[in-house]
Design a protein around this ligand. Sequence first.
Ligand SMILES: N[C@@H](CCC(=O)N[C@@H](CS)C(=O)NCC(=O)O)C(=O)O
Length: 246
Amino acid sequence: MSITLHQFAYSHFNEKARWILDLKGIDHRHETYLPGPHMGAIKKLSGQAQTPVLEADGKVISGSSAIIDYLETRHPQPPLYPTDPEHRERALEWQREMDASLGPDVRTLLFSALVNEGTYLCNMFGGSKGLAKRLAYRAMFPIARGVIAKGNGVTPDNVARCKTSTREWLDRISEQAKATGYLVGDTFSVADLTAAALLAPIADVSHPAMKRPRPIPQSVQDILAINASHPAIEWTNRIYDQHRPA
Ligand SMILES: N[C@@H](CCC(=O)N[C@@H](CS)C(=O)NCC(=O)O)C(=O)O
């Protein structure tokens, strides 16, 4: 049965889906879209506009947590959901909260710099496309810039709020992982996968799925520098080293 992940390069919500597919060793292919022009095809496929979308067994599943749930049920090894029901509920609650808050807030922080770095942004998301598509995408950027900023919550007040909220998440994650190295119990779970994937853009992890093009513009480096020495950033890199398959 063929499995296709409809995705954006680099996106941290998409990284959650890439990670579980790789972790479970599930044979699959990627269909990579340019953010913006993706809209028609993704809406037609799934009835909504966001990635990731998984096509598997004749079904279409939208959203990273629904994709994880679907794959976890059909491919239970290695497990991402703790067996203990209370631990499982806690791990899923961490995922729910981080999907709703940490993910969008980290994205806003990054986009507050990326909206001023059109060439870099187009390389990040369009790097796998041919020259003609990349040039057309870059040419569209000045027109699309306002929509990209709005869609990613880039206003001065919201960026300030996201700085604070991201810092609070980092504190909470490092505090929680202090005892065992993991967020729930003493093993890697969906909570750790979600936290590490959603923090990957500011942890600047070296895994090929999330390593951004070099050189990194100064404005993006400035965003990374805000939390670079936080223990949760080191934790994210350790989780990647130990649990994210190549
Ligand atoms: N809660 C969703 C969030 C997905 C999401 O925000 N996807 C973004 C990319 S990171 C997207 O597709 N944005 C394009 C759009 O909204 O049109 C999930 O967990 O998958």
